[in-house]
Design a protein around this ligand. Structure first.
Ligand code: ADE
Ligand code: ZN
Ligand code: ZN
Length: 265
């Protein structure tokens, strides 16, 4: 076996963990936000991302999901910052109960946004905070990242999918919402972004990540999100993809508002 063949094999099997709002979702949130930055915020973003391999918000949007491989210590410390499980409490959030030590996506967004906006912090610290914020605002809009603790946000719900594996590896409900809903879309990322940009009725609304998590959780509780007998019928994707896409569009607007607030003058 050649080295490059082994590398391809490694990439195939090490790719995105089951807990990732897929690369497409995170990139779209970031792309939509980038298009709505004020000139002042854009200048700050450009400064902070200077030297990155792909120095755009989309280019760093999946960094936090790659930490487990690239920086295991930070990956471990930040593992709980990707989600908050509030489904069991009817989508009510209690920081002491649901986010001990600030280790959940709601408090991670607040903490990292504060670091990002603090001009007394060193640039590398603010750069890392920017990469966390871009990622976590995406995550909190993936409904399963604000779902039930008992099934790890749908990760333990194995799906029976006739004639396919739309959820990807494992084909579980979480993976379906991370990336499976967008598989086989036959649409380039650029066209997808343009289509979501043009969705009607998307306004940022609340700037409070608690509200964002509550809205995500409310989607998880809608009838039909958990398919009966864990069997996916062909209409599932048609029904729920637009819901997931609306969440991405909302995430983009809200990320832009957060960045404009933190980085504006
Ligand atoms: N582990 C436990 N709950 C989770 C969730 N909602 N999303 C991702 N990983 C989890
Ligand atoms: Zn996920
Ligand atoms: Zn994540």
């Amino acid at each position: 076996m050649t080295r490059s063949f082994l590398l391809v094999l490694a990439l195939v099997f090490v790719a995105a963990p089951a807990s990732a709002w897929g690369p497409r979702g995170h990139r779209l949130v970031a792309e939509l936000a980038a298009a709505a930055l004020t000139p002042a915020a854009r200048a700050q973003v450009d400064l902070l991302l200077r030297g990155e391999a792909e120095p755009t918000l989309a280019g760093v949007a999946n960094w936090a999901d790659e930490l487990r491989a690239n920086d295991p210590d930070l990956g471990r410390r930040s593992a709980k910052w990707h989600y908050v499980n509030i489904g069991e409490s009817g989508c009510e959030y209690s920081a002491t109960r649901d986010c001990p030590n600030g280790d959940c996506v709601i408090e991670a967004i607040r903490t990292q946004a504060a670091i990002l906006g603090d001009r007394t912090q060193p640039l590398p610290v603010r750069r890392q905070a920017l990469k966390f914020v871009v990622h976590f605002v995406g995550d909190v809009h993936q409904p399963m990242h604000a779902g039930h603790a008992h099934d790890k946000g749908g990760n333990t719900v194995q799906l029976a999918i006739p004639g396919g594996s739309r959820g990807g590896r494992g084909s579980n409900l979480h993976a379906l919402w991370d990336s499976g809903l967008f598989r086989d879309l036959g649409e380039s990322e650029a066209r997808h972004a343009a289509r979501l940009q043009a969705l009607p009725g998307i306004t940022a609304g609340s700037a409070d990540p608690t509200d964002w998590a509550r809205e995500s959780c409310a989607i998880v509780l809608q009838p039909g999100v958990y398919p009966p007998r864990a069997k996916l019928d062909p209409g599932y994707v048609d029904t729920w993809r637009p819901v997931a896409e609306r969440q991405i569009a909302l995430g983009g607007r809200r990320l832009a508002a957060l960045l404009n607030d933190a980085l504006g003058d």
